[in-house]
Write a protein that binds this ligand. Structure first.
Ligand code: SF4
Ligand code: SF4
Length: 109
């Protein structure tokens, strides 16, 4: 069963969403999902710790938001097709996706 996050950890996630940036003390690069290999099973979404909440199912694809991903990498252990890779060259998430994330965060609050 997934471990529940503390309120402090959840508030740190909310802060990352508000700042749209990764935590300064994260040493590992984020992960990314290779869309061409992904079977959109959502196992990684369920496996990503609540305090990070970095995986989103957008309907047509499943994505990791690098600013929310600590690189932990719990999702990698869950993926049945092994299509989650280290993303050293990640690019910032676009505004449309941030708007979606903010709406999701508000509805969960
Ligand atoms: S590496 Fe960790 S934080 Fe990043 S998406 Fe996977 S489970 Fe979530
Ligand atoms: S676990 Fe793997 S195959 Fe399933 S949605 Fe995530 S990346 Fe795609």
């Amino acid at each position: 069963m997934k471990k529940l996050a503390s309120s402090a950890a959840l508030s740190e996630r909310a802060d990352r969403i508000a700042r749209r940036s990764r935590a300064d003390n994260w040493k590992k690069p984020p992960r990314r999902i290779e869309t061409s290999e992904c079977i959109t099973c959502d196992s990684c979404l369920r496996g990503c710790p609540e305090e990070f909440g970095a995986v989103f199912d957008r309907g047509l694809d499943v994505v990791i938001v690098p600013e929310l991903c600590s690189g932990c990498p719990a999702c990698v252990l869950e993926c049945p097709v092994d299509c989650i890779y280290v993303d050293e060259d990640w690019t910032p998430t676009d505004d449309a996706m941030w708007n979606h994330i903010e709406l999701t965060a508000e509805s969960a609050a």
